[in-house]
Ligand binder design. Structure first.
Ligand code: DX5
Ligand code: ZN
Length: 214
């Protein structure tokens, strides 16, 4: 599980991050939006810098940012462990992968719902993770788009076929207790959830998710 703090109560951000950590989460999903690649603006450098000082969770930083290469160095310095950039946001995908690797960080490449799996295939051997968006990026609390689950199945099949059975497939958007097993059955092994973790009782929510993952 990679709980997305976009859905957190920012008044209690530190407290809520402690709660997810205490309840078994190892990753934290951090959504950075620039108001260009996606309509909304979320939060950025100072927030990451602040929380990095207080937790050892693995920081999964999802950049929904146009020309993300402008910021890799900064996010690496602030404590990202994995940097996910969007294939659609840059003209130089190989350059982005190289840059993140040269900073000593894990690389994730993200695709929007309308981007076919075939577009990411040329890069799968060079990345640690593929992030398959299961909603249009930009906002939390949306409903999962069913056809994106088929993309997870396809990606798992084609990457298995070329012997890449250890590639991480992450899903993000609209994941709930009721549909998590659809995405894990399809082959996703890293699950982002915002609303379904942070709305209501965080400890109970994570417990329910972990039951489903057993
Ligand atoms: C959406 C973000 C997601 C978001 C998921 O653009 O990338 O990470 O926080 O939120 P939920 O789980 O509420 O759909
Ligand atoms: Zn995200």
């Amino acid at each position: 599980m990679s709980p997305s703090i976009l859905a957190a109560d920012f008044w209690k951000l530190g407290e809520q991050i402690n709660t997810v950590e205490k309840n078994g989460a190892k990753w934290l999903h951090i959504d950075v939006m620039d108001g260009m690649f996606v309509p909304s603006i979320s939060f950025g450098m100072p927030v990451i810098e602040t929380i990095r000082r207080r937790t050892d969770l693995f920081f999964d930083v999802h950049l929904m940012v146009q020309e993300p290469e402008r910021y890799f160095e900064e996010f690496a310095r602030l404590g990202a462990d994995l940097i996910d950039f969007h294939l659609e946001a840059t003209e130089d995908v190989p350059g982005c992968i190289e840059k993140i690797k040269s900073l000593g960080k894990k690389v994730g490449i993200a695709i929007k719902p309308d981007t076919p799996v075939s577009e990411v295939m040329p890069y799968v051997r060079d990345v640690d993770l593929v992030l398959v968006m299961t909603v249009e990026p930009g906002f939390g609390g949306q409903k999962l788009i069913g056809k994106c689950v088929d993309k997870v199945t396809e990606l798992r099949v084609v990457t298995d076929r070329i012997g890449l059975d250890d590639i991480n497939i992450e899903v993000d958007g609209g994941i709930t207790i009721d549909n998590i097993n659809n995405v894990t059955d399809a082959g996703a092994n890293i699950i982002v959830a915002g609303s379904a973790v942070f709305k209501g009782d965080i400890a109970e929510n994570l417990k329910a998710f972990n039951e489903k993952l057993r």
